[in-house]
Design a protein around this ligand. Structure first.
Ligand code: IPE
Ligand code: IPE
Ligand code: MG
Length: 241
């Protein structure tokens, strides 16, 4: 296990677009689902590495609002993998001090999965070692749209007026309202796009695109990417002092 990237410059919040499971499996002549299982094992290792690397918040993109377009077999397989994973890992996540949250729209997810998500959130709510957020049936546009809808409802009910609507208020209606914005967004598998991930929250995030397919992304490579982040100069629109 790699030690400390550099605790002083480590990004507090890292978000990861875990891409490349399908290609990883196909390269091995196996069904795509085989890659998703291998990807899930990686998640476990990366979460475990966070405290030593100084990462307090980790947000992972597990299933997008667009991923329903895949074959029924793949979607059903991924959903059953989520159920298996949550059942199997709940105890260990709790014991290792991980606070788990889910973002995304739960409306399209099956009842059994949603109750496992609720249970895990409740069970780990007091944990504070690492904050793991899983984006499941998540889309940035969908999230902002849902937030706008709820804001409109508050105005309709007379609890807010249009003058109350500013960036801060809108952010309070996002799924991520309790989280800081991501400092670094990593995407594996060589694709250089966001695919609708954390659109609002990543306004000033640094991006890192790596060629490695997600099931091959090791804690060592993770540590190297974090080291690279420490060398970047973030300006947030201002000029260097
Ligand atoms: C990412 O891997 C996992 C999900 C989107 C659920 P992919 O399944 O997109 O893998 P590739 O991009 O086809 O290799
Ligand atoms: C993004 O990967 C979604 C997840 C990693 C869950 P995709 O593989 O779905 O993205 P596109 O289709 O290549 O943009
Ligand atoms: Mg992909």
């Amino acid at each position: 296990m790699p030690k400390d990237a550099d605790a002083n410059t480590a990004p507090a919040h890292v978000a990861i677009i875990m891409d490349g499971n399908g290609r990883w499996a196909v390269q091995r002549g196996r069904p795509r689902l085989f890659g998703h299982h291998a990807g899930a094992r990686r998640v476990k290792e990366i979460v475990k590495a966070c405290p030593d690397l100084g990462v307090k918040y980790l947000t992972i993109f597990a299933f997008s609002t667009e991923n329903w377009k895949r074959t029924q077999t793949e979607v059903a397989g991924i959903m059953s993998l989520f159920r298996i994973y949550l059942e199997r890992e709940a105890e260990e996540l709790f014991k290792s001090g991980v606070c788990v949250r889910f973002i995304g729209d739960r409306i399209r997810l099956d009842d059994k999965l949603v109750s496992l998500m609720d249970e895990l959130e409740l069970r780990t709510a007091q944990n504070d070692r690492v904050h793991l957020t899983v984006a499941l049936n998540y889309g940035g546009r969908d999230e902002v749209t849902r937030a706008a809808k709820r804001l409109a409802y508050e105005v309709e009910q007379g609890r807010l007026t249009h003058n109350d609507v500013d960036a801060e208020t809108l952010a309070q209606f996002l799924d991520t309202h309790v989280l800081p914005d991501p400092d670094l967004v990593i995407r594996t598998s060589g694709e250089a796009r966001i695919s609708n991930f954390l659109l609002w929250q990543s306004a000033y995030a640094e991006y890192e695109f790596v060629d490695t397919l997600w099931p091959d992304f090791t804690p060592n490579e993770f540590a190297k990417v974090l080291q690279g982040f420490g060398k970047r100069e973030r300006r947030f629109g201002a000029i260097r002092a």
